[in-house]
Write a protein that binds this ligand. Structure first.
Ligand SMILES: NC(=O)c1ccc[n+]([C@@H]2O[C@H](COP(=O)([O-])OP(=O)(O)OC[C@H]3O[C@@H](n4cnc5c(N)ncnc54)[C@H](OP(=O)(O)O)[C@@H]3O)[C@@H](O)[C@H]2O)c1
Length: 256
């Protein structure tokens, strides 16, 4: 897909590793600067150094902080606004821990999952909307297929991902100038999926053969990041308000 103007900029949460790092590198390769938001400052600085070596005029701006922190959210949006035209917000950061039954998890566990996975994306959306309306930009909420059927020990995570889909649909209705999507990025070889399947195997050893099969078919973060990154820059407006999965035939052109 074509390169963008080097003045364009995107905010990517969870840029320090996994899918968010891959999305960031893909956007940089398309000449789009990235405000990368995550807690691990040294991982973000390492990504800055990697970005500086790429053959692109786009820049990487690290914001080390917790996505739940409203002042850090504002800092991310301010850096984007001061350094270019904000064309995309990718709400990618999320947690799926603790792996616990509803009966065993605490209110604090659920609150933390919803704060990171739902309330923080809403805060960043609200703060980015003035710029995204002007640029006719895009909001990509990184979702999950988990909401389609219940998974033991994942009520907080699955519930938060169901919530983000409703928010996507509502935002598309309320903000017709902005293109908003929920995207299932695939079962991807990252820390999150490794820890999830370790826990799932411990909880349900009878599923071991199935888990081995799924682990063997995980896709790479680079492949997933390319599709999500292309959607952040090029998603057709007709997709706005929908939940999509990375391997749907209608998304084939975004994997190029
Ligand atoms: N991997 C999969 O198979 C899979 C499947 C379906 C959906 N997803 C979704 O894809 C997205 C990325 O997943 P992943 O597999 O790349 O996860 P990951 O490897 O665990 O990475 C999560 C990222 O989120 C950041 N993060 C977590 N909590 C944060 C906080 N409070 N503040 C700021 N940043 C925070 C982490 O950075 P720091 O630790 O540096 O803060 C890290 O960069 C998530 O939304 C996940 O639900 C993944």
């Amino acid at each position: 897909m074509a390169a963008h103007s080097s003045n364009n900029i995107a905010i990517v949460t969870g840029a320090s590793r996994g899918i968010g790092k891959a999305i960031s590198l893909h956007l940089l390769s398309k000449n789009v600067s990235v405000v990368g938001f995550a807690r691990n400052a040294s991982a973000l600085n390492a990504l800055s150094e990697e970005a500086a070596k790429l053959d692109t005029s786009a820049k990487f701006f690290p914001v080390a902080g917790d996505v739940v922190d409203e002042s850090a959210q504002q800092k991310a949006v301010d850096i984007a606004t001061e350094n270019g035209t904000l064309v995309a917000l990718v709400n990618n950061a999320a947690i799926n821990e603790p792996f616990a039954l509803i009966a065993d998890a605490t209110a604090e566990d659920f609150k933390r999952q919803f704060d990171i996975n739902v309330i923080a994306p809403l805060g960043l959306i609200r703060k980015s909307l003035p710029q995204l309306r002007q640029s006719k930009g895009r909001v990509i909420n990184v979702a999950s297929a988990i909401f389609k059927s219940a998974v033991k020990n994942q009520a907080g995570y699955g519930g938060s991902k169901a919530a983000i889909n409703y928010i996507t649909e509502t935002l598309a209705l309320e903000e017709p100038e902005v293109t908003t999507l929920s995207v299932h990025p695939g079962v991807v070889d990252t820390d999150m999926s490794t820890i999830f399947f370790d826990n799932a195997r411990r909880a349900q050893p009878e599923l071991s053969a199935y888990i081995d099969h799924v682990l063997a078919t995980r896709i790479t973060a680079d492949f997933s990041g390319r599709i999500v990154g292309n959607l952040a820059l090029f998603a057709d407006h007709e997709l706005s308000g929908t939940y999509v999965e990375y391997d749907e035939p209608k998304l084939a052109k975004y994997s190029e």
